[in-house]
Design a protein around this ligand. Structure first.
Ligand SMILES: Cc1ncc(C[n+]2csc(CCOP(=O)(O)OP(=O)(O)O)c2C)c(N)n1
Ligand code: SF4
Length: 263
């Protein structure tokens, strides 16, 4: 099945979302069973991705990707459900939904287009903007410290937590495949340069490195690795799987014996 659509792509030329689109299409292609894949988006520049991939999709509302994706998964547990959200969408507007989806270990995958700003609304600071970030709502520079979503997701109960970079399509594709194959709540924070309001390509190219020989089943070690970079400038930025463990999923526990198709 051809995953391209006829929709006109309206992202700015050079936007990191193009890398995420290519990686996601390659991952879905490689995973096969396209007809069993459903994608869900929030609202923002990132959200347009559902118009650009030819699988069943649901364009939800700002911050509500996790509950929408949870509903899709519970309605048909055989589906691979992949949510695409912005950092403003997932870590700001809809943070409580993300935390509870992680806590429940619902078997869905969340891909966060983390451009560290609210881009569609023209560049306001977000929960992952660095201190001093100058944007429309912080013309003198943000005085807030960013939070670290990798630590937050591990602490919330996510059973697969990874980071990738939109400029490394091969790595991102691998992370998406691993995330979808993982049985449980998987979240991938994708460093996504916004060419127009926060161009971070050079910074990430110079400062990222791939995790190697990291024991991702050890929660303390995962937190230690996550703390190497706190979303402020300075420090090397690890990419890869920080944390991955097996636990019963919300859908299997909830639907055990109650799935009409298994009665
Ligand atoms: C409930 C609600 N609040 C606010 C908005 C306005 N709004 C639309 S897009 C957007 C910013 C999206 O930022 P982000 O989620 O980071 O996505 P990006 O545009 O950066 O991809 C906001 C605040 C909205 N549509 N709905
Ligand atoms: S404003 Fe930023 S995130 Fe939105 S399409 Fe343009 S470059 Fe991409």
């Amino acid at each position: 099945m051809n995953l391209n659509t006829n929709a006109k792509i309206t992202w700015c030329p050079g936007c990191g979302n193009f890398g995420i689109l290519t990686a996601a299409k390659n991952a879905i292609e490689e995973l096969g069973n396209n007809e069993k894949t459903v994608i869900v988006s929030g609202i923002g520049c990132h959200a347009k991705i559902v118009d650009y991939i030819n699988v069943n999709s649901f364009y939800s509302i700002h911050g509500r990707v996790p509950p929408t994706a949870t509903g899709v998964k519970l309605a048909n547990p055989d589906l691979n459900v992949i949510g695409f959200a912005g950092d403003g969408d997932a870590y700001g507007e809809g943070l409580e939904h993300l935390i509870f989806a992680a806590k429940r270990n619902i078997n869905i995958t969340m891909i966060i287009h983390d451009n560290r700003i609210y881009a569609l609304t023209t560049g306001q600071f977000s929960p992952t903007s660095p201190e001093g970030f100058k944007g429309k709502s912080t013309p003198k520079g943000s005085v807030e410290e960013p939070f670290n979503p990798i630590k937050l997701m591990i602490a919330s109960g996510a059973t697969f937590v990874a980071r990738s970079f939109a400029g490394d399509i091969k790595h991102l594709k691998e992370m998406i495949i691993e995330g979808v194959k993982h049985k449980g709540f998987s979240v991938i924070d994708v460093l996504q340069p916004c060419i127009t309001f926060f161009n971070t390509y050079d910074y990430y190219r110079q400062n990222t490195y791939k995790l190697e020989n990291h024991n991702f089943t050890d929660e303390k070690k995962a937190i230690e690795k996550a703390e190497e970079w706190n979303y402020n400038d300075g420090g090397k930025i690890p990419l890869g799987i920080f944390y991955k463990v097996d636990k019963p999923t919300y859908d299997e526990l909830l639907l055990k014996g109650r799935n009409p198709r298994k009665m």
